[in-house]
Design a protein around this ligand. Structure first.
Ligand SMILES: [Zn+2]
Length: 132
């Protein structure tokens, strides 16, 4: 999946802004390219998991549609663990298997890591990010 460096930077910035909690948001795009990062609130407001705020989710989905784009990624942060889906993430993805899942790890504060995954039918498969 193609994604610009400034979008990665925005995801990292959001992850840092929402510490100590996990952050979450949606990314619009088309044809396998990410184009717009939309921040959402984490209703769960904890470092343990994320829960897209329903009002934000609706507002962002409308915005993505109005731009003629589609939801290509759901992103969230891991504040203390690696950028790999937890069992909770895998369970959550059951309801929404089409978008990819971007995870930003702040496990090492000065060296954030962003990775992307397809999570379908309980299975996790890493997807290469083409950053540039
Ligand atoms: Zn997670």
């Amino acid at each position: 999946m193609r994604i610009a460096q400034d979008l990665i930077d925005e995801i990292v910035a959001h992850s840092r802004d929402d510490l100590p909690n996990e952050c979450c948001g949606l990314i619009g795009g088309r044809d396998g390219s990410a184009t717009t990062v939309h921040r959402a609130r984490n209703s769960a407001a904890t470092w343990l998991r994320y829960e897209l705020h329903p009002t934000d989710q609706l507002r962002i989905m409308n915005a993505i549609e109005e731009e003629g784009e589609e939801l290509v990624d759901i992103y969230h942060s891991h504040t203390k663990s690696a950028a790999y889906p937890s069992q909770t993430d895998v369970n959550l993805a059951d309801a929404w298997p089409d978008p990819l899942y971007l995870i930003c790890s702040l496990e090492h504060a000065d060296a954030p890591v962003v990775r992307a995954f397809a999570i379908r039918d309980g299975g996790v498969e890493e997807v290469e990010l083409d950053v540039g």
